[in-house]
Design a protein around this ligand. Structure first.
Ligand code: UDP
Ligand code: MG
Length: 322
């Protein structure tokens, strides 16, 4: 009998306290499944942690033959760390989990069941988010709706990176090598059959969120600029509107001057027009700059991440270093 393979991929940055808790939960879930036709492995990616995360991972791997470890040369960010992990899954499907226990590993059997029904992209959709402030929740809510309006790529709402990808979905994702990786969008872009599994998002098991407000704001910008050119078009429309308005305004001013003469009035109007136009121009310029900057970074063609150490799971089948 051929056994299905599944690799649980976990990106971790400074998660020394949370990882052992998560690993115990994963192991308990796999053991409880007792599914002889499924071969589950775990791959932990250390995304340049500054705490004891790597030592903790080594300890976990030493005691469990199903665990593979990957360590990046520095902190490349969650999206790159996940890419690094997924790049190393050379057989079977992959399940992405957060290291902090916010994505319950206990749902693994349900994800696998959907995969076996023939779905390529099984994603967890949050019905509730515990331990997160109303500001984060409401901005996330607005963000997902906005992205849906702006982007032609279907991006499911309230869905994070918690998902299972079938072998062919993985292979498809591996072809997308863009440097600015807005993963939610990339998952949506590849298409195939997807299905969502609703779940309650728990509070973090330990440690703190690395995504503060500023980082989330930049993440949102990343999402919009990677998956939509709507801001560029908006700039065009604002420019057009301003130009039409300026033209009508000019007719009115010149007409007034011709009919009634001009006694060097209009200092306030002039200032507001100059300042207003200047502002609009700067915003449009900044918008173009955002896209240009991304083009610049793509053009450098740097690798997405660099590997420091790679320990394939000892009991694994062929896995080669590349
Ligand atoms: N993470 C990572 N690299 C980073 C930041 C975060 O690998 O530079 C991992 C982190 O360890 C966790 C996941 O990404 O497993 C989600 O991070 P976090 O819990 O801080 O985000 P939140 O759940 O608050 O959105
Ligand atoms: Mg978290």
């Amino acid at each position: 009998m051929t056994r299905d393979q599944l690799t649980v991929v976990v990106a971790a940055h400074d998660e020394a306290d949370a990882l052992p808790l998560l690993h115990d939960r994963i192991v308990a879930t796999i053991d409880a499944m007792a599914d002889v036709s499924l071969d589950v492995r775990v791959l932990y990616v250390d995304d340049g942690s500054r705490d004891r995360t790597w030592d903790v991972m080594r300890d976990i791997a030493a005691g469990d033959g199903r665990v593979a470890l990957l360590r990046l040369s520095r902190n490349f960010g969650k999206e790159a760390a996940l890419t690094a992990g997924l790049d190393r899954v050379d057989a079977g499907a992959a399940l992405i989990l957060d290291a902090d226990g916010q994505d319950p590993p206990e749902l693994l059997p349900r994800f696998v069941a959907k995969w076996r029904e023939g779905f390529d992209d099984v994603h967890g959709t949050r019905t509730q988010r515990e331990g997160e402030g109303w500001l984060k929740k409401s901005t996330a809510h607005v963000f997902y709706r906005l992205m849906q309006r702006l982007s032609k790529t279907p991006i499911p709402t309230d869905t994070g990176d918690f998902r299972l990808l079938s072998p062919r979905a993985l292979a498809a994702l591996r072809q997308l090598r863009e440097r600015h990786r807005f993963m939610k969008g990339l998952f949506g872009w590849i298409g195939f059959n997807s299905v969502s599994i609703p779940y309650d998002r728990e509070a973090r098991a330990a440690g703190e969120s690395k995504f503060n407000f500023w980082r989330l704001w930049n993440f949102a910008l990343e999402g919009v600029t990677s998956f939509s050119t709507a801001p560029l078009r908006l700039a065009t429309y604002v420019g057009l509107f301003t130009a039409v308005f300026a033209f009508l305004f000019a007719i009115w001013i010149v007409g007034k001057a011709l009919l009634f003469g001009d006694r060097v009035a209009g200092w306030p109007t002039m200032m507001s027009v100059i300042l207003g136009l200047g502002g609009v121009q700067l915003i449009a310029l900044g918008t173009i700059g955002e896209y240009l900057g991304r083009l610049y970074e793509e053009s450098k063609q740097r690798p997405l991440y660099l590997v420091h150490d790679w320990y394939p799971a000892p009991m694994g089948v062929s896995s080669q270093d590349s």
